[in-house]
Design a binder for this molecule. Structure first.
Ligand code: CS2
Length: 506
């Protein structure tokens, strides 16, 4: 075999025809979108939709060419992405894996630049403040919003936040960057850009507004008021399962297409983006490539967070303790699949609002199919990554609402008891170590360990569970599950028990 062709602009025309690639003139693209947090998800979702749009309109007009994306990394951990994308002229391959084994591949061309904030903060601030920039979008993870869990306000105790208040031109957090850029725009008489959150958070736009205005107020109350009135923060629901890229994926492109892409992205065929149509300075015609615009995204967000994301966490935690590696492995075990479906039906759905035009039964069946896609092999370690930022959004609200309505809480209680075990042992039921990554790893571990003397210590972590420990009904059910986990960490036994008594009183 020939030496693989490096993926870059000069080699694009030399790639095999079977590998779809941009036919639009990337050289004409200007940067209308600055995106903070370029990982797999941004590259399989917003950058994918934008590439589809650029391809479909063929850049017929200058207006169409204004929506190139400039990626931004704020931290050292973004360096690998920055380096690889730069070497590849910001091109990468999207590998879409269908459940039946079919694979679609396309080189995506919508990203046209990349800046590293930690190297040169001014370059990022200037790019955001540039008149060409119309949208700054974010995928900074659920934990990136710097929310004080107790008050729900901007967390001013974060040392990086305090640093940013005192050093407006050398920020560390995204809110410092946005504030500095918006100040420049206001002072220069430019309109504000839109801030578009692409994270799995309920009312992600509203939360972004609250955090940004909260931060800006500490620095400059007048500017904060301007931001509050001028910047639009559309709420949005984002969805596409995007597992971690493996060496096998890189190898696949080498053997199949003789191309050397150092960091391709793998994803499922399903893709959805529902956005509230409020933008400060225009937006791409994403509706032409199946992005849905609506006036109120709340029911979509809730459905997705409390079914898909919560379902992932349910399987992620129980599956990890059981000793499974991937979501599809869980789904192919009847017990795990039935448990998940029952959690959906008995706990999650009864506290969900109806979503116009969506048949929830069908949605749930589709989720199980998507999770079961044997070619995606979504790692449970990815799903459990930063669970302490995820469960309060994905699962805990369902528990509270069920408690208020007298609904079932047993499935969720078992998941939390299993999470306590996971946090104490950092190992599966056989004692095999688990790869645990969580900002609260240490405090979770301490609280979980302390349950030996104080049974509710884990549940008392207020920033995660609020006052669930004071709710007698929940505490009792949780203690029953904790006792079960003490008897045996074989979660399958407890899942069977919960399955058996669902429908009855909890
Ligand atoms: C996952 C999500 O992070 C998680 O726990 O549930 O990354 C999920 O795969 C995406 O939200 C799918 O759209």
């Amino acid at each position: 075999m020939n030496t693989p062709l490096a993926l870059n602009q000069a080699n694009l025309s030399r790639l095999p025809d079977r590998l779809s690639r941009p036919t639009y003139d990337r050289g004409r693209l200007t940067t209308g979108i600055v995106h903070v947090g370029v990982g797999g998800f941004h590259r399989s979702h917003e950058a994918f939709y934008t590439d589809q749009l650029l391809e479909s309109n063929g850049l017929e007009s200058d207006a169409a060419a204004q929506w190139g994306i400039c990626g931004v990394g704020l931290r050292q951990s973004d360096r690998k992405m920055a380096t690889i994308l730069k070497q590849q002229d910001y091109l990468y391959t999207l590998i879409v894996k269908h459940p039946d084994g079919k694979i679609e591949t396309r080189v995506i061309g919508s990203i046209v630049d990349f800046l590293m904030g930690c190297d040169d903060p001014a370059s990022v601030i200037d790019r955001m403040a540039d008149p060409a920039t119309k949208i700054v979008s974010l995928s900074i993870t659920e934990g990136g919003y710097n929310v004080d869990a107790e008050t729900g306000e901007f967390d001013t105790s974060n040392p990086d936040a305090r640093h940013d208040v005192d050093h407006p031109s050398q920020p560390k957090l995204v809110f410092g960057y946005l504030t500095a850029a918006l100040r420049k725009r206001r002072d220069g008489g430019l309109p504000a850009f839109t801030v578009q959150s692409c994270d799995n958070i309920q009312h992600n736009g509203d939360l972004t507004r609250k955090m940004l205005v909260g931060f800006a107020r500490l620095q400059d109350p007048e500017l904060a008021a301007w931001i509050d009135s001028e910047v639009r923060f559309p709420n949005a629901m984002v969805d596409r399962i995007t597992p971690v890229t493996t060496d096998a994926d890189i190898e696949f492109l080498r053997t199949e297409f003789n191309v050397d892409d150092q960091w391709p992205v793998v994803c499922e065929p399903f893709c959805q983006w529902v956005i509230e149509d409020h933008f400060s300075a225009g937006r791409p015609d994403w509706q032409n490539v199946d992005v849905q615009f609506c006036s109120n995204v709340t029911p979509y967000e809730e459905m997705k967070l409390r079914l898909l994301n919560a379902g992932h966490s349910v399987l992620g935690i129980l599956g990890s303790v059981y000793g499974y590696q991937t979501i599809n492995e869980c789904i192919h075990d009847d017990l795990f699949r039935d448990f998940l479906r029952q959690f959906f039906d008995v706990e999650a759905t009864p506290v969900l609002d109806a979503v116009e035009g969506i048949d929830l039964d069908q949605y749930k069946a589709t989720l199980i199919e998507r999770f079961g896609n044997p070619n995606i092999r979504d790692n449970l370690a990815r799903i459990c990554l930063e669970s302490s930022s995820k469960l309060p959004v994905f699962l805990i609200p369902t528990i509270y609402e069920n408690l208020a309505k007298g609904g079932s809480i047993r499935h969720a209680a078992l998941v939390i008891a299993a999470w306590c075990y996971y946090s104490e042992k950092h190992a599966d039921r056989h004692g095999q170590p688990l790869d645990v990554t969580d900002g609260l790893k240490e405090s979770l571990h301490e609280a979980a360990k302390a349950t030996r003397d104080d049974r509710l210590s884990f549940l008392r972590i207020q920033q995660l569970f609020g006052d669930l420990a004071d709710n007698e009904r929940f505490a009792q059910t949780y203690l029953e599950m904790l006792d079960r986990m003490d008897r045996t960490p074989d979660v399958s036994e407890h899942m069977r028990a919960v399955l058996g008594d669902a429908g009855g009183a909890s």
